[in-house]
Design a protein around this ligand. Sequence first.
Ligand code: 5GP
Length: 354
Amino acid sequence: MRIEQEIRLDFKDVLIRPKRSTLQTRADVDLTREYTFKHSQFSWKGMPIIASNMDHTGTFAMAESLAKHKLLTAIDKFADLKEWKQFHAKHPKLHKYCFATTGIKPEDAAFLDKILKAVPTPFICIDVANGYTQRFVDCIRTLREKYPTKTLIAGNVVTAEMAEELVLAGADIIKVGIGPGSVCTTRLKTGVGYPQLSAIIECADAVHGLGGHLCADGGCVSPGDVAKAFSAGADFVMLGGMFAGHEECSGEKIQEDGKWFMRFYGMSSSEAMYKHHGRMNAYRASEGRSVNVPYRGKVENTVLDILGGLRSTCTYVGAQRLKELSKRTTFLRVTQQLNEVFAALQVNEVVNDN
Ligand code: 5GP
């Protein structure tokens, strides 16, 4: 056993230092990014934010709404072929904003092949809770050989050496995050994890050194956290909880004390296990929660709130483009984030006031 003494940081441990800027207004800030991916050589331009491939958020309705603002959606892996075909028939151009999600079982590969034959989406998301297994690396290698022009996002990992290994195996984008998620209980059940801001910083350095890209996945609870993830070096940010509870999400809508809520659960929760596999294997523990989140209407308001926040962050540090944000960032370690004295008294929230 050994102990690493260096302190690792989460979003809540830092703030971004403001810098002198010549920008006139936040409307001048360009948030679109353009990437050419290492292995696929595919060039993509858009807003680098992805709705998570969870049952609740990785829906075709979400893709339809997010694509209007050029954001991406990782469609959950349980969406069936008929749904993919119907979506493609209705919106023949939107597949370029969608990831097809797959696991590492042989039947996952066969199903993925059917989807890709029916819908030419350029992105594949290979998603496992633990990206540290040889089986996962082998799966990336196989998919890389089979689909040389598809852009592969793979994870999750949190350390430089494994992020590098996944890039070398054929992944274009490395998904980073173990344990930070809003409905994740991995840290509680296993004691394993890595503070998310430090994980992004460490992996970004490694992945960029090899010409790969990085997606920060999990732990963002506010537009400020999304800005911190990009500032730390993420090329994409994936969101679950922040996109939960919207009209575009799937799942039960519940009324309690006159207020509306929506069911949201972790993909390793016992609820997800029973839903998709009809059982919970005795050898594994649930590593996810089930919660009822307040219903929040259309996702567009949330999208505009996030993009407005990001533009404002860029203005504070003098970054004319999102691309410049991490270069212009100095993080300050802090002991307090917010003044919460009236937080419980808040009556309403004004969004899109810019
Ligand atoms: P959030 O944005 O809600 O904080 O985090 C979303 C991410 O949490 C997902 O993209 C996924 O990586 C992770 N996640 C989703 N469900 C579970 C779960 O049941 N257990 C764990 N450990 N992580 C989960």
